[in-house]
Ligand binder design. Structure first.
Ligand SMILES: Nc1ncnc2c1ncn2[C@@H]1O[C@H](COP(=O)(O)OP(=O)(O)OP(=O)(O)O)[C@@H](O)[C@H]1O
Ligand SMILES: CC(=O)N[C@H]1[C@@H]2OC[C@@H](O2)[C@@H](O)[C@@H]1O[C@H](C)C(=O)O
Length: 393
Protein backbone atom coordinates (compact mmCIF):
# COMPACT_ATOMS: atom_id res chain seq x y z
CA UNK A 1 0.00 0.00 0.00
CA UNK A 2 1.32 3.44 -0.94
CA UNK A 3 1.51 5.91 1.95
CA UNK A 4 -1.49 8.24 1.69
CA UNK A 5 -1.40 11.58 3.45
CA UNK A 6 -4.24 14.01 4.05
CA UNK A 7 -5.27 16.58 6.61
CA UNK A 8 -7.95 16.49 9.30
CA UNK A 9 -9.10 19.12 11.79
CA UNK A 10 -10.19 18.49 15.38
CA UNK A 11 -12.22 20.85 17.56
CA UNK A 12 -12.54 20.57 21.32
CA UNK A 13 -14.62 22.69 23.66
CA UNK A 14 -14.08 21.00 26.98
CA UNK A 15 -15.71 20.97 30.38
CA UNK A 16 -13.61 23.94 31.62
CA UNK A 17 -15.54 26.11 29.08
CA UNK A 18 -12.48 28.30 28.59
CA UNK A 19 -12.58 28.37 24.79
CA UNK A 20 -12.12 26.51 21.52
CA UNK A 21 -9.05 24.34 20.91
CA UNK A 22 -8.46 23.58 17.24
CA UNK A 23 -5.81 21.35 15.67
CA UNK A 24 -4.86 20.60 12.10
CA UNK A 25 -3.14 17.25 11.65
CA UNK A 26 -1.61 15.47 8.71
CA UNK A 27 -2.53 11.79 8.71
CA UNK A 28 -0.29 9.22 7.05
CA UNK A 29 -1.66 5.75 6.27
CA UNK A 30 1.27 3.40 5.81
CA UNK A 31 -0.37 0.04 6.19
CA UNK A 32 -3.85 -1.32 6.78
CA UNK A 33 -2.50 -3.27 9.75
CA UNK A 34 -1.13 -0.39 11.80
CA UNK A 35 -2.55 2.79 13.27
CA UNK A 36 -2.32 5.83 10.98
CA UNK A 37 0.56 8.12 11.92
CA UNK A 38 0.02 11.81 12.56
CA UNK A 39 1.96 15.03 12.35
CA UNK A 40 0.54 18.10 14.05
CA UNK A 41 0.57 20.83 11.39
CA UNK A 42 -1.02 23.74 13.25
CA UNK A 43 -3.00 24.60 16.38
CA UNK A 44 -5.17 27.48 17.51
CA UNK A 45 -6.84 28.49 20.77
CA UNK A 46 -9.78 30.91 20.74
CA UNK A 47 -10.82 31.90 24.28
CA UNK A 48 -14.53 32.42 25.00
CA UNK A 49 -15.41 35.93 26.16
CA UNK A 50 -17.51 36.27 29.35
CA UNK A 51 -20.77 36.51 27.44
CA UNK A 52 -20.05 33.37 25.40
CA UNK A 53 -18.92 31.47 28.50
CA UNK A 54 -21.99 32.50 30.51
CA UNK A 55 -24.33 31.58 27.67
CA UNK A 56 -22.82 28.09 27.61
CA UNK A 57 -22.72 27.73 31.41
CA UNK A 58 -26.39 28.74 31.60
CA UNK A 59 -27.42 25.80 29.43
CA UNK A 60 -25.36 23.29 31.46
CA UNK A 61 -28.29 22.90 33.83
CA UNK A 62 -31.36 20.65 33.97
CA UNK A 63 -33.49 23.86 34.06
CA UNK A 64 -31.98 25.37 30.90
CA UNK A 65 -34.51 26.78 28.44
CA UNK A 66 -34.85 25.10 25.07
CA UNK A 67 -34.69 28.54 23.47
CA UNK A 68 -31.33 29.39 25.10
CA UNK A 69 -30.00 25.95 24.21
CA UNK A 70 -31.06 26.24 20.55
CA UNK A 71 -29.49 29.67 20.22
CA UNK A 72 -26.12 28.71 21.68
CA UNK A 73 -26.13 25.42 19.69
CA UNK A 74 -26.17 27.34 16.40
CA UNK A 75 -23.91 30.15 17.62
CA UNK A 76 -21.30 27.64 18.72
CA UNK A 77 -21.43 26.16 15.21
CA UNK A 78 -20.63 29.66 13.90
CA UNK A 79 -17.81 30.28 16.42
CA UNK A 80 -16.29 26.90 15.57
CA UNK A 81 -16.57 27.68 11.85
CA UNK A 82 -14.71 30.96 12.35
CA UNK A 83 -11.99 29.15 14.31
CA UNK A 84 -11.57 26.59 11.51
CA UNK A 85 -11.33 29.29 8.86
CA UNK A 86 -8.70 31.11 10.94
CA UNK A 87 -6.74 27.87 11.41
CA UNK A 88 -6.76 27.09 7.69
CA UNK A 89 -5.78 30.68 6.82
CA UNK A 90 -2.81 30.54 9.21
CA UNK A 91 -1.70 27.11 7.94
CA UNK A 92 -1.81 28.27 4.30
CA UNK A 93 -2.95 24.93 2.91
CA UNK A 94 -5.70 24.41 0.30
CA UNK A 95 -9.12 23.71 1.81
CA UNK A 96 -9.55 20.72 -0.54
CA UNK A 97 -6.69 18.92 1.18
CA UNK A 98 -8.72 18.71 4.39
CA UNK A 99 -10.67 15.47 4.47
CA UNK A 100 -12.80 16.08 7.53
CA UNK A 101 -13.50 18.07 10.68
CA UNK A 102 -14.01 16.16 13.95
CA UNK A 103 -16.17 18.32 16.22
CA UNK A 104 -16.55 17.17 19.81
CA UNK A 105 -19.10 19.85 20.67
CA UNK A 106 -19.84 21.26 24.11
CA UNK A 107 -21.04 18.75 26.67
CA UNK A 108 -24.01 20.34 28.44
CA UNK A 109 -25.34 17.20 30.10
CA UNK A 110 -23.78 13.83 30.85
CA UNK A 111 -25.87 11.21 32.63
CA UNK A 112 -24.15 7.99 31.56
CA UNK A 113 -25.86 5.45 33.79
CA UNK A 114 -29.41 4.38 33.20
CA UNK A 115 -31.66 4.30 36.23
CA UNK A 116 -34.71 2.01 36.09
CA UNK A 117 -36.70 3.11 33.04
CA UNK A 118 -34.72 6.28 32.29
CA UNK A 119 -31.97 5.60 29.74
CA UNK A 120 -28.56 7.20 30.22
CA UNK A 121 -27.80 10.11 27.90
CA UNK A 122 -25.13 12.61 26.96
CA UNK A 123 -25.66 15.89 25.09
CA UNK A 124 -23.01 17.71 23.08
CA UNK A 125 -24.19 20.91 21.41
CA UNK A 126 -22.65 22.80 18.45
CA UNK A 127 -24.46 22.67 15.13
CA UNK A 128 -22.55 20.49 12.65
CA UNK A 129 -24.59 21.82 9.70
CA UNK A 130 -23.66 25.42 10.51
CA UNK A 131 -20.01 24.37 10.84
CA UNK A 132 -20.05 22.48 7.52
CA UNK A 133 -21.80 25.40 5.82
CA UNK A 134 -19.29 27.96 7.14
CA UNK A 135 -16.24 25.94 6.19
CA UNK A 136 -17.24 23.89 3.15
CA UNK A 137 -15.82 20.80 4.87
CA UNK A 138 -17.67 17.66 5.99
CA UNK A 139 -18.05 17.21 9.74
CA UNK A 140 -18.12 14.19 12.04
CA UNK A 141 -19.82 14.92 15.38
CA UNK A 142 -21.75 13.11 18.15
CA UNK A 143 -18.85 10.79 18.88
CA UNK A 144 -20.28 9.51 22.16
CA UNK A 145 -23.78 8.50 21.09
CA UNK A 146 -23.19 5.07 19.55
CA UNK A 147 -21.10 3.82 22.46
CA UNK A 148 -23.96 4.80 24.77
CA UNK A 149 -26.49 3.13 22.50
CA UNK A 150 -24.52 -0.07 23.16
CA UNK A 151 -24.68 0.39 26.91
CA UNK A 152 -21.40 2.32 27.36
CA UNK A 153 -20.66 5.51 29.30
CA UNK A 154 -19.75 7.29 26.05
CA UNK A 155 -16.57 8.47 27.85
CA UNK A 156 -13.69 8.67 28.10
CA UNK A 157 -12.83 8.16 24.42
CA UNK A 158 -9.23 9.40 24.36
CA UNK A 159 -7.81 6.03 25.65
CA UNK A 160 -8.03 4.67 22.07
CA UNK A 161 -5.96 7.62 20.81
CA UNK A 162 -3.54 7.27 23.73
CA UNK A 163 -2.91 3.66 22.76
CA UNK A 164 -2.44 4.59 19.09
CA UNK A 165 0.16 7.28 19.74
CA UNK A 166 1.66 6.76 23.22
CA UNK A 167 1.76 3.01 23.91
CA UNK A 168 5.25 1.50 24.34
CA UNK A 169 6.38 -2.13 24.44
CA UNK A 170 9.33 -1.16 26.63
CA UNK A 171 7.73 0.87 29.39
CA UNK A 172 4.56 0.99 31.51
CA UNK A 173 2.93 4.36 30.98
CA UNK A 174 -0.08 6.22 32.34
CA UNK A 175 -1.52 9.00 30.25
CA UNK A 176 -3.27 11.74 32.23
CA UNK A 177 -5.40 14.61 30.99
CA UNK A 178 -6.25 17.38 33.43
CA UNK A 179 -9.05 19.37 31.85
CA UNK A 180 -12.25 20.41 33.62
CA UNK A 181 -12.48 16.74 34.52
CA UNK A 182 -9.36 14.59 34.89
CA UNK A 183 -9.02 11.21 33.19
CA UNK A 184 -6.38 8.52 32.80
CA UNK A 185 -5.38 5.78 30.37
CA UNK A 186 -3.27 2.90 31.67
CA UNK A 187 -0.82 1.81 28.96
CA UNK A 188 0.90 -1.32 30.27
CA UNK A 189 3.72 -2.51 28.04
CA UNK A 190 2.27 -5.96 27.31
CA UNK A 191 -1.21 -4.65 26.53
CA UNK A 192 -3.11 -5.00 23.27
CA UNK A 193 -5.67 -2.32 22.38
CA UNK A 194 -8.51 -4.42 23.85
CA UNK A 195 -6.75 -4.61 27.25
CA UNK A 196 -6.43 -0.86 27.71
CA UNK A 197 -8.01 0.54 30.84
CA UNK A 198 -9.07 4.15 31.38
CA UNK A 199 -11.58 6.24 33.29
CA UNK A 200 -12.33 9.69 34.69
CA UNK A 201 -10.62 10.12 38.07
CA UNK A 202 -12.91 13.00 39.07
CA UNK A 203 -12.75 16.79 38.95
CA UNK A 204 -9.78 18.62 37.46
CA UNK A 205 -9.69 22.34 36.76
CA UNK A 206 -13.45 22.59 37.15
CA UNK A 207 -13.29 22.93 40.94
CA UNK A 208 -10.05 24.93 40.88
CA UNK A 209 -11.51 27.50 38.46
CA UNK A 210 -14.82 27.53 40.34
CA UNK A 211 -13.07 28.17 43.66
CA UNK A 212 -10.88 30.90 42.16
CA UNK A 213 -13.99 32.68 40.88
CA UNK A 214 -15.64 32.39 44.32
CA UNK A 215 -12.68 33.69 46.35
CA UNK A 216 -12.01 36.59 43.95
CA UNK A 217 -15.68 37.51 43.36
CA UNK A 218 -15.32 36.58 39.71
CA UNK A 219 -12.33 38.78 38.96
CA UNK A 220 -9.97 35.82 38.33
CA UNK A 221 -10.99 32.85 36.20
CA UNK A 222 -8.21 30.48 37.24
CA UNK A 223 -5.26 30.22 39.62
CA UNK A 224 -2.40 31.13 37.29
CA UNK A 225 0.42 28.59 37.62
CA UNK A 226 -1.13 27.55 40.96
CA UNK A 227 0.32 30.73 42.51
CA UNK A 228 -2.41 31.31 45.11
CA UNK A 229 -2.58 27.61 46.07
CA UNK A 230 1.21 27.61 46.45
CA UNK A 231 0.98 30.45 48.97
CA UNK A 232 -1.47 28.59 51.23
CA UNK A 233 -1.65 25.45 53.37
CA UNK A 234 -4.00 22.59 52.59
CA UNK A 235 -6.48 21.47 55.23
CA UNK A 236 -5.92 17.71 55.14
CA UNK A 237 -8.99 16.91 57.25
CA UNK A 238 -11.26 18.45 54.62
CA UNK A 239 -9.41 16.68 51.79
CA UNK A 240 -9.91 13.39 53.62
CA UNK A 241 -13.63 14.08 54.03
CA UNK A 242 -14.07 15.06 50.37
CA UNK A 243 -12.33 11.88 49.29
CA UNK A 244 -15.27 9.91 50.74
CA UNK A 245 -17.37 11.07 47.74
CA UNK A 246 -18.81 7.86 46.22
CA UNK A 247 -17.45 8.64 42.73
CA UNK A 248 -13.87 7.96 43.89
CA UNK A 249 -14.82 4.55 45.24
CA UNK A 250 -16.93 3.42 42.29
CA UNK A 251 -15.31 0.77 40.07
CA UNK A 252 -14.68 1.61 36.40
CA UNK A 253 -16.16 2.03 33.87
CA UNK A 254 -16.91 5.51 35.13
CA UNK A 255 -17.13 9.05 33.81
CA UNK A 256 -18.30 12.30 35.31
CA UNK A 257 -18.92 16.00 34.67
CA UNK A 258 -20.52 19.20 35.89
CA UNK A 259 -23.56 17.27 37.16
CA UNK A 260 -21.46 15.87 40.02
CA UNK A 261 -18.60 18.37 40.37
CA UNK A 262 -19.95 21.64 38.92
CA UNK A 263 -21.02 24.99 40.42
CA UNK A 264 -23.20 23.58 43.25
CA UNK A 265 -20.48 21.20 44.38
CA UNK A 266 -17.95 24.04 44.39
CA UNK A 267 -20.22 26.28 46.47
CA UNK A 268 -20.62 23.46 48.96
CA UNK A 269 -16.81 23.04 49.33
CA UNK A 270 -16.49 26.83 49.68
CA UNK A 271 -19.02 26.93 52.54
CA UNK A 272 -17.23 24.10 54.35
CA UNK A 273 -13.91 25.93 54.09
CA UNK A 274 -15.48 29.21 55.18
CA UNK A 275 -16.95 27.57 58.25
CA UNK A 276 -13.42 26.66 59.44
CA UNK A 277 -12.19 30.19 58.57
CA UNK A 278 -9.73 29.31 55.79
CA UNK A 279 -8.33 32.32 53.93
CA UNK A 280 -8.36 32.39 50.08
CA UNK A 281 -4.82 30.99 49.73
CA UNK A 282 -5.59 28.09 52.09
CA UNK A 283 -8.84 27.47 50.22
CA UNK A 284 -7.01 27.15 46.90
CA UNK A 285 -4.28 25.04 48.52
CA UNK A 286 -6.96 22.71 49.90
CA UNK A 287 -8.92 22.20 46.66
CA UNK A 288 -5.66 21.83 44.69
CA UNK A 289 -4.47 19.13 47.09
CA UNK A 290 -7.89 17.47 46.79
CA UNK A 291 -7.68 17.32 42.97
CA UNK A 292 -4.13 15.90 43.19
CA UNK A 293 -5.27 13.35 45.77
CA UNK A 294 -8.22 12.20 43.65
CA UNK A 295 -6.00 11.75 40.57
CA UNK A 296 -3.35 9.89 42.59
CA UNK A 297 -6.04 7.70 44.15
CA UNK A 298 -7.45 6.82 40.70
CA UNK A 299 -4.02 5.87 39.37
CA UNK A 300 -3.05 3.86 42.46
CA UNK A 301 -6.28 1.86 42.18
CA UNK A 302 -5.16 0.37 38.87
CA UNK A 303 -1.38 0.74 38.55
CA UNK A 304 0.77 -0.91 41.20
CA UNK A 305 4.07 -1.14 39.26
CA UNK A 306 6.34 1.87 38.57
CA UNK A 307 5.29 3.83 35.47
CA UNK A 308 6.02 6.95 33.48
CA UNK A 309 3.31 9.60 33.60
CA UNK A 310 2.54 11.48 30.37
CA UNK A 311 0.43 14.51 31.20
CA UNK A 312 -1.66 16.87 29.09
CA UNK A 313 -4.49 19.40 29.47
CA UNK A 314 -4.51 22.92 30.93
CA UNK A 315 -4.04 21.63 34.48
CA UNK A 316 -0.41 20.75 33.88
CA UNK A 317 0.39 24.50 33.92
CA UNK A 318 -0.67 24.55 37.56
CA UNK A 319 2.72 24.00 39.19
CA UNK A 320 1.28 23.49 42.68
CA UNK A 321 -1.10 20.80 41.41
CA UNK A 322 1.64 18.98 39.51
CA UNK A 323 4.09 19.17 42.44
CA UNK A 324 1.45 17.72 44.77
CA UNK A 325 0.71 14.93 42.31
CA UNK A 326 4.39 14.09 41.72
CA UNK A 327 4.92 13.91 45.50
CA UNK A 328 1.88 11.69 46.12
CA UNK A 329 2.86 9.29 43.33
CA UNK A 330 6.57 9.48 44.04
CA UNK A 331 7.15 10.52 40.44
CA UNK A 332 10.50 12.31 40.63
CA UNK A 333 11.87 12.41 37.04
CA UNK A 334 9.16 10.03 35.88
CA UNK A 335 6.67 12.42 34.42
CA UNK A 336 6.64 14.68 31.41
CA UNK A 337 4.10 16.48 29.27
CA UNK A 338 2.87 14.85 26.07
CA UNK A 339 4.81 17.54 24.14
CA UNK A 340 7.91 15.38 24.66
CA UNK A 341 6.12 12.66 22.65
CA UNK A 342 5.14 14.98 19.80
CA UNK A 343 1.62 15.73 21.03
CA UNK A 344 1.18 19.39 22.09
CA UNK A 345 -0.28 19.04 25.57
CA UNK A 346 -2.74 21.94 25.29
CA UNK A 347 -4.27 20.39 22.16
CA UNK A 348 -4.23 16.66 22.80
CA UNK A 349 -8.02 16.30 22.89
CA UNK A 350 -8.51 18.44 19.75
CA UNK A 351 -5.90 16.28 17.99
CA UNK A 352 -7.67 13.14 19.21
CA UNK A 353 -10.98 14.25 17.68
CA UNK A 354 -9.29 14.95 14.34
CA UNK A 355 -7.94 11.39 14.53
CA UNK A 356 -11.35 9.95 15.51
CA UNK A 357 -13.00 11.71 12.55
CA UNK A 358 -10.39 10.25 10.22
CA UNK A 359 -10.94 6.76 11.63
CA UNK A 360 -14.71 7.23 11.21
CA UNK A 361 -14.23 7.99 7.50
CA UNK A 362 -12.20 4.79 7.23
CA UNK A 363 -14.95 2.79 8.95
CA UNK A 364 -12.84 1.93 12.02
CA UNK A 365 -14.42 1.64 15.49
CA UNK A 366 -12.75 3.84 18.12
CA UNK A 367 -14.46 2.95 21.39
CA UNK A 368 -12.94 0.53 23.89
CA UNK A 369 -15.56 -1.62 25.67
CA UNK A 370 -13.25 -2.23 28.63
CA UNK A 371 -13.05 1.54 29.16
CA UNK A 372 -16.62 2.65 28.49
CA UNK A 373 -18.51 -0.54 29.35
CA UNK A 374 -20.16 -0.80 25.92
CA UNK A 375 -21.10 -4.31 24.84
CA UNK A 376 -18.99 -4.11 21.66
CA UNK A 377 -16.70 -1.96 19.51
CA UNK A 378 -18.71 0.47 17.37
CA UNK A 379 -18.21 3.07 14.66
CA UNK A 380 -18.50 6.40 16.45
CA UNK A 381 -19.82 9.61 14.93
CA UNK A 382 -22.46 11.14 12.70
CA UNK A 383 -21.63 12.49 9.27
CA UNK A 384 -22.65 15.95 8.03
CA UNK A 385 -21.54 16.37 4.42
CA UNK A 386 -20.09 19.53 2.91
CA UNK A 387 -22.30 21.26 0.32
CA UNK A 388 -20.98 22.23 -3.11
CA UNK A 389 -22.37 25.76 -3.17
CA UNK A 390 -24.26 28.07 -0.86
CA UNK A 391 -24.33 31.28 1.09
CA UNK A 392 -23.82 30.25 4.67
CA UNK A 393 -24.74 32.62 7.48
N1 LIG B 1 -1.03 28.87 33.49
C1 LIG B 1 -2.02 28.14 34.05
N2 LIG B 1 -2.04 27.97 35.38
C2 LIG B 1 -3.03 27.26 35.99
N3 LIG B 1 -4.05 26.69 35.32
C3 LIG B 1 -4.07 26.82 33.99
C4 LIG B 1 -3.07 27.55 33.26
N4 LIG B 1 -3.38 27.51 31.94
C5 LIG B 1 -4.54 26.78 31.83
N5 LIG B 1 -4.95 26.39 33.06
C6 LIG B 1 -6.17 25.62 33.39
O1 LIG B 1 -6.54 24.84 32.30
C7 LIG B 1 -7.94 25.00 32.03
C8 LIG B 1 -8.21 24.65 30.60
O2 LIG B 1 -7.81 23.32 30.40
P1 LIG B 1 -8.26 22.46 29.15
O3 LIG B 1 -8.32 23.34 27.96
O4 LIG B 1 -7.41 21.26 29.12
O5 LIG B 1 -9.72 22.07 29.58
P2 LIG B 1 -10.89 21.42 28.75
O6 LIG B 1 -10.63 21.50 27.29
O7 LIG B 1 -12.12 22.02 29.27
O8 LIG B 1 -10.76 19.91 29.18
P3 LIG B 1 -11.70 18.62 29.30
O9 LIG B 1 -12.54 18.51 28.13
O10 LIG B 1 -10.66 17.53 29.36
O11 LIG B 1 -12.43 18.71 30.57
C9 LIG B 1 -8.23 26.42 32.45
O12 LIG B 1 -9.59 26.56 32.76
C10 LIG B 1 -7.33 26.55 33.69
O13 LIG B 1 -7.96 26.04 34.83
C1 LIG C 1 -18.96 13.66 28.61
C2 LIG C 1 -17.70 14.42 28.37
O1 LIG C 1 -17.67 15.37 27.63
N1 LIG C 1 -16.61 13.97 29.01
C3 LIG C 1 -15.30 14.56 28.82
C4 LIG C 1 -14.87 15.32 30.07
O2 LIG C 1 -13.59 15.93 29.88
C5 LIG C 1 -12.60 15.00 30.32
C6 LIG C 1 -13.39 13.80 30.73
O3 LIG C 1 -14.63 14.39 31.11
C7 LIG C 1 -13.64 12.81 29.59
O4 LIG C 1 -14.48 11.80 30.07
C8 LIG C 1 -14.36 13.46 28.40
O5 LIG C 1 -13.55 13.97 27.39
C9 LIG C 1 -12.45 13.36 26.79
C10 LIG C 1 -12.13 14.09 25.56
C11 LIG C 1 -12.63 11.86 26.48
O6 LIG C 1 -13.71 11.44 26.10
O7 LIG C 1 -11.64 11.15 26.57
Amino acid sequence: MLAVSKFAIGLMTGTSIDGIDAALIEVVERSRLSFPEIKVANTLSVPFNSSQRNQILDVCSPDASVFAMGRVHVQLGQWLGDAVNQLIGAAGIPRESIAVIGMHGQTVAHYPSSESEIPGFTIQIGDAATLAARTGIGVVSQFRAMDMAFGGQGAPLVPYFDYAVLHSHEQDRVSLNIGGVANITVLSQGNELEDVMGFDTGPGNMVLDGMMELVTNGTAKYDKDGGLAGAGRANSKLVETWMTHPFFHRNPPKSTGREEFGRDYCRCLYQQMKSVSLDPADMLATVTDFVAESIAHGIQQVQAKPFVLIAAGGGIHNTTLMNNLARKLNLVNRWSSSDVFGIPSDFKEAIAFAYFAWQFLKGRPTNLPKVTGASQRVLQGMWTPAQKTGNAL
